[in-house]
Design a binder for this molecule. Structure first.
Ligand code: FEO
Length: 394
């Protein structure tokens, strides 16, 4: 008995993906507290059939069983690869093994990557140009190049008759549960976290791709992770805001403390900013979730980094966090550094060296020997007020 569940998005369009409830880490870096899904879609035209993306290795049989609920996989004509990363393309060799006639469809770069990653022979692949279409018979697939969302070869597929956009990673969220957006109360929070982790470093490319699709009639956005948006305007608005780097009167405070001296400095800063009306997101690196931190980097205007010295330099957790902040390219405008040291202050120099080439303006750095004293606290309050002034000025 084939007990697998498939979801019908519209006539001839089906979700045949997999839910990975137990996955807890992506890229050996990103925490997935809610698991994720690998959404694959079957589009059945009057003459031809296309599978859009596949699934993560380990879910091949599930994909096959779901396709079999609709049709014989041997009848797949086109295997659209929007993105070559293995969580979506890892089952390509399996699918081509099910259908001799399946031809891989990807951007030119994607075709090359399919050869390198999945040994797809050149004659079995079709490179499509930006705007090119394939007619399946009453179902027309249009391909839209969208490089760096998330790799250089990425593209979107747009199903013209139904107004469904298949953007692969773009517009995704790491959630195993729910088929549609309206089934998740706080989906935008998950989507923001995902943007911070995956798309924020490519904001410029995201903006260009959003411009490209701005006049498309989109009834549904069917990404390859997380729920499908059947009310797509809300996520389109959010993406427009994030891609444009819109920030709030908000500061993210990221710190680590060994003997509570740096923590005390951070508390003074946090209270000062709060009293100035600045929204705060505060993370102790010893116990924080990296995804939560990425989420709050998306719309914070300023960052406060707090770290003690250890082993002759900034605490390694702070070094790691500073590097990540730089790599994720958040739209931060201002920064402040707070540090307590035992016998030599080096943290502000290290932070400045790491953030030096970014556009973040460091408003001030305070390094205190041992626990902060009354005079130090006054200086932190002063720095906090100056930072609040900058944040409020925009
Ligand atoms: Fe979901 Fe870039 O892969």
């Amino acid at each position: 008995m084939n007990w697998r569940n498939v979801n019908k998005l519209s006539e001839g369009v089906y979700w045949v993906g997999a839910r990975d409830w137990n996955r807890r880490l992506f890229d050996a870096l990103i925490p997935l507290p809610k698991g994720t899904s690998y959404n694959a879609y079957l589009v059945v035209g009057e003459e031809k059939k296309a599978l859009i993306d596949t699934v993560n290795p380990g879910f091949e049989t599930e994909l096959e069983e779901k396709i079999r609920k609709i049709m014989d996989p041997a009848e797949i004509d086109y295997l659209v690869m929007n993105h070559a990363e293995p969580d979506h393309a890892g089952a390509i060799p399996f699918v081509t093994g099910l259908s001799d006639k399946a031809r891989l469809v990807a951007t030119e770069k994607g075709v090359k990557m399919s050869q390198v990653f999945y040994n797809v022979p050149g004659e079995k692949a079709k490179a499509v140009r930006d705007g090119e279409t394939i007619d399946l018979g009453g179902k027309t697939l249009r391909f839209i190049e969208a490089p760096m969302l998330h790799w250089p070869e990425t593209m979107f597929t747009y199903l013209e008759e139904d107004g469904i956009l298949f953007p692969c990673d773009f517009f995704g969220s790491h959630l195993a549960k729910a088929t549609y957006d309206d089934e998740v109360e706080d989906l935008l929070v998950d989507a923001q976290r995902y943007w911070g982790e995956i798309m924020m470093p490519f904001s410029g490319m995201a903006k260009r791709s959003l411009d490209k699709i701005k006049d498309l009639k989109i009834n549904m956005i069917a990404p390859s992770h997380g729920p499908i948006y059947r009310s797509p305007q809300r996520i389109r608005n959010a993406y427009s805001k994030w891609a444009n780097g819109e920030t709030k009167q908000k500061a993210i405070i990221i710190y680590v403390s060994m003997w509570k001296s740096t923590e005390k400095m951070v508390q003074v800063m946090s209270d000062t900013l709060s009293s100035e009306g600045i929204e705060i997101a505060l993370y102790n690196l010893a116990s924080s979730d990296l995804g939560d931190l990425a989420k709050d980097l998306v719309d914070s205007r300023a960052i406060v980094l707090g770290a003690p010295t250890v082993l002759g330099g900034a605490h390694p957790l702070a070094v790691y966090a500073t590097y990540l902040v730089k790599a994720l390219k958040p739209p931060l405008k201002y920064a402040a550094v707070l540090s307590s040291y035992g016998w030599g202050g080096v943290v502000s120099r290290q932070v400045q060296e790491t953030l030096g080439s970014s556009k973040i303006e460091i408003i001030g750095a305070l390094e205190v020997n041992g626990p902060p004293k009354e005079g130090d606290i006054s200086r932190i309050v002063e720095l906090g007020r100056a930072l609040a002034g900058k944040i409020k000025a925009g």
